[in-house]
Every structure is written in structure tokens, then in C-alpha cells.
Design a protein around this ligand. Structure first.
Ligand SMILES: Cc1cc2nc3c(=O)[nH]c(=O)nc-3n(C[C@H](O)[C@H](O)[C@H](O)COP(=O)(O)OP(=O)(O)OC[C@H]3O[C@@H](n4cnc5c(N)ncnc54)[C@H](O)[C@@H]3O)c2cc1C
Length: 414
């Protein structure tokens, strides 16, 4: 691997969306580099211990398809405890196995992986083109060059460095943790477990527990702190310490009061803090709550989503907002593109959307679909301008990989 070369595509961030983007760009024969600050792929889905990977369907139909769905279906069948089965909601995957699976997929697709490298700046030309990325590594700064850049950092870091305008949103922050040693035979029903915890709860949140494919383990999405700025290292540290304290308090409540949890222990608190929202770019099209409610499509739709609107805490005095949709909605290519830069595509949770629309599309099923679209778009663009891409050709290629773009593409789950 020669990182001094000029790559066709550089993806910054190896979360679900970035990994899918890199795999799909490489599959279209683009020389692709994926730069990740940590040492594994999957982002929130692995290092953040965020499971399950949702939401693939609405009502009886799958509304998200593509390669991501196939990856998870194959993963669930490949190892006894790899994942719970694929459904329209989505599977809970073993985070270690998912890391390995995504890494194998990326390497097999021909992606060059560069871990332990934190992109901290960019250089730009007069026309706004990103001419290089600067990454902080143990060897000091390294300069990386790519024809098209995909920002999959979750925080729109590259877009911000390149001068793309953005809004910053805030939601509750959570440190996920994995509890093992549970005697499932002796556990009550989910409602009963929630009631036991709810009577003694730490903070305002109830018990959101997601069973692991292993019978003795569950992911806990229960800690939460409000009103922290997740772009500020001091606030991030405070949030991490406070959430970890909550995790141990929650475990003690469960061990003392919930049947079946007497011998339970924390197998792992997430290496990466669970941040739901930071920057959202102001792109060529900002997807709004009205678009989400209306459903339907766009001529340049590159993905659909049907996840509930799910705002945690902070912005709404800790109360948040949660409600389901009656129809799926489309995400246009223009929401991934900024007017200011000819060679930048943003994918994953920071695409151009308002606070409420973001709270729905931030989930990982749309993340897979957006990543696949970003990767194919970058490969098709070549040395051109992402703002001028023929979205008809993009949509045609995505359909070949099973993407669901318009309402009539939805697939009955039966
Ligand atoms: C607590 C919590 C619970 C959630 N629950 C669910 C759920 O039940 N189901 C669901 O589907 N979704 C859920 N979500 C949402 C979902 O997990 C995330 O929104 C989604 O995974 C974001 O994916 P991403 O690829 O955009 O970003 P991320 O997963 O954040 O990936 C970004 C990657 O970029 C890397 N990176 C960041 N900055 C840089 C840089 N400057 N240089 C190099 N690398 C960088 C990071 O290390 C990371 O690997 C939850 C989120 C949270 C926080």
C-alpha cells in the first residue's frame, strides 16, 4: 500500500456508512483509501456497541435494500452467535464479529485501510476542490490525496475543514454497554424487567435492552446525559465519565432486583462514546420534516428510510420526541452534496437534513444505503464534479445492487 499515491476515492471514517462507501467505490474499480482514527470498522455499530442495526422496513415492506442488507443476512447465517436473524426491524450483531466481517469485506473489495490516522485538516484550491487531507498519526502529519473525498466521519469534519456551512444539533449522549452472565431462563418478560428497573432508574431514561444472539448477554442503551457539546473534548470527557458511572449504577440495580441478573457483569463499556448528533451540513437540498412526513420520492432519490423520528433529550428539555411514520421517504443525492466543493460527498448522519429528519435517517440501515450511494457516486464521478453527476446513471447502478429508491421498489417482507 502506497499512501503517497493519488487515490481515486478517499473515505474519511470507517463507520457503517464509510465502510459501505469504500467497499462500493472499490467494487466500481476506483482505487480507494479508507482513513479511520481508531483500529476497526463499524463506528457506532462496533466501537460504539450500538445494536440493533435498524430500521429496514415499515409495516410489511422492506424499504431499505442494497448490499448492506445482504451483508447482514449473510452475517447472521455465518456463525452461531454472529447476529439475531434479519427482520424488517434489524438484527443485533455481535460487535466483534461485525468488526471482522466488515474488515474482511473491505480488504476483499480491494480497499486500502489506514487505521490510527485522524484527519485534522484539508487544503483546498480556489474553486473549493479539496486538494489534500492532513491526518495526524504516530509518524506526525501525513498528507493524503484523492480525486473525490467522501466525508463519513459522522461529524462532517472534512466538510467543516473545507468551509462547507453547517448547523450543529444536540441530543442526549449515551455510553452503550454489554452485559453478560444473564440467566435468561430466569428473566421475566421485557416489560417486567423494564418495570423493575423503572422503579429505581438512574436519570430519566427507562430500560432499552437488546438481547445479543448469545443467550446470556444484552446490549444496554440506558445511560444518558444532556446538554453536552459533542464537538468539545472537555464536554465529551465529562459525558464519558458520567455515563460510565451510570452504567455501573444500572448494573447494581439489575443484579439486586431483576431475577436472572444476579451474576450479571459488564463485559464491556463502549470504546467510543455514543454521540447522536453534531454537525449537519447545509447541502444543495436540506431534507426537512415535511419531506419525511410526505413520503414519496425525488428524481435524484438514492435511498429510502422509514425509521421513526427519534430525538433524544437535550434540545427539548430532556423530553425528546419519538413517533413512527406511516410511509417511507426518499433521500435525494443533493443532500449529500455541498455547493462549495466539486469533489466532496458527505454520507451517514451529517448529511443535509433538519434536526427532526436527521433523528430518523441517522440510523444504520439508511447509513448502509447512503454509503453505497456515496461510493458509487464517487467512482462514477472520476475526476469530474460531484455536483454535475448524472444521477440517472447512479440510480441505475444502485438498482443493480438491489437498492430501494422509489415507493414501488419496496419489497414485501414475507
Ligand atoms: C446511543 C446510540 C444509540 C443508537 N441506537 C441505534 C439503533 O438502535 N439502531 C440504529 O440503527 N442506529 C442507532 N443509532 C444511530 C447510529 O448508530 C448512528 O447514527 C450511525 O451508526 C452513524 O453512522 P456513521 O457511519 O454516519 O458514523 P459513525 O458510526 O460515527 O462513524 C464515523 C467513523 O469516523 C471515524 N472518524 C471520525 N472523525 C474522524 C476523523 N477526523 N478522522 C478519521 N476518522 C474519523 C470514527 O472513528 C468512526 O469510526 C444510535 C446512536 C447512538 C449514539
Amino acid at each position: 500500500m502506497d499512501i503517497s499515491r493519488t487515490y481515486d476515492v478517499i473515505v474519511v471514517g470507517g463507520g457503517i456508512s464509510g465502510t459501505m462507501a469504500a467497499i462500493s467505490a472499490a467494487r466500481e474499480a476506483a482505487h480507494t483509501l479508507l482513513v479511520e482514527r481508531y483500529s476497526a470498522l463499524g463506528g457506532m455499530g462496533t466501537l460504539g456497541l450500538v445494536q440493533p442495526i435498524t430500521t429496514w422496513g415499515l409495516g410489511k415492506n422492506y424499504v431499505v435494500g442494497g448490499t448492506g442488507r445482504r451483508i447482514l443476512e449473510e452475517l447472521a447465517q455465518s456463525h452461531p452467535y454472529a447476529a439475531t436473524g434479519m427482520t424488517t426491524y434489524g438484527p443485533s450483531c455481535d460487535s466483534e464479529y461485525l468488526k471482522w466481517c466488515l474488515e474482511c469485506r473491505a480488504v476483499d473489495a480491494g480497499v486500502d485501510l489506514l487505521y490510527h490516522s485522524w484527519v485534522r485538516d484539508v487544503t483546498t484550491a480556489q474553486d473549493g476542490r479539496i486538494t489534500s487531507l492532513v491526518a495526524l498519526t504516530k509518524a506526525g502529519d501525513v498528507v493524503l490525496k484523492g480525486k473525490t473525498i467522501i466525508d463519513a466521519s459522522g461529524d462532517a469534519d472534512v466538510a467543516a475543514f473545507a468551509g462547507v456551512p453547517f448547523d450543529v444539533g444536540s441530543q442526549g449522549i449515551t455510553l452503550m454497554f454489554l452485559v453478560a452472565g444473564i440467566d435468561r431462563q430466569r428473566c421475566g418478560k421485557r416489560n417486567e424487567i423494564s418495570r423493575v428497573y423503572g422503579e429505581r432508574r438512574v436519570g430519566y431514561r427507562g430500560l432499552a435492552l437488546f438481547w445479543h444472539a448469545r443467550p446470556d448477554a444484552a446490549y444496554f442503551n440506558v445511560t444518558e446525559v444532556e446538554n453536552h457539546n459533542a464537538l468539545d473534548p472537555v464536554d465529551l470527557t465529562r459525558a464519558t465519565v458520567d455515563c460510565r458511572r451510570q452504567a455501573w449504577q444500572i448494573l447494581e440495580i439489575m443484579r439486586k432486583h431483576a431475577p436472572g441478573f444476579e451474576e450479571a457483569y459488564i463485559a464491556e463499556t463502549a470504546p467510543a462514546l455514543g454521540v447522536r448528533e453534531t454537525r449537519r451540513i447545509k447541502g444543495l437540498f436540506t431534507l426537512g420534516l415535511d419531506d419525511v412526513k410526505r413520503g414519496g420520492s425525488f428524481p435524484d432519490a438514492i435511498a429510502r428510510a422509514g425509521c421513526p423520528v427519534d430525538v433524544h433529550g437535550s434540545a427539548d428539555n430532556g423530553k425528546g420526541d419519538y413517533w413512527g411514520l406511516s410511509a417511507s421517504y426518499a433521500i435525494p443525492y443533493r443532500s449529500l452534496i455541498a455547493a462549495e466543493t466539486p469533489n466532496l460527498i458527505v454520507t451517514g448522519r451529517p448529511i443535509s437534513a433538519d434536526h427532526a429528519a436527521h433523528s430518523s435517517l441517522r440510523r444504520m440501515a439508511p447509513g448502509f444505503a447512503l454509503g453505497e450511494a456515496a461510493g458509487v457516486a464517487a467512482a462514477l464521478t472520476g475526476e469530474g464534479d460531484v455536483r454535475e453527476l448524472d444521477t440517472g446513471a447512479l440510480r441505475e447502478t444502485l438498482r443493480q445492487y438491489g437498492a430501494i429508491l422509489d415507493p414501488e421498489d419496496e419489497i414485501p417482507s414475507g
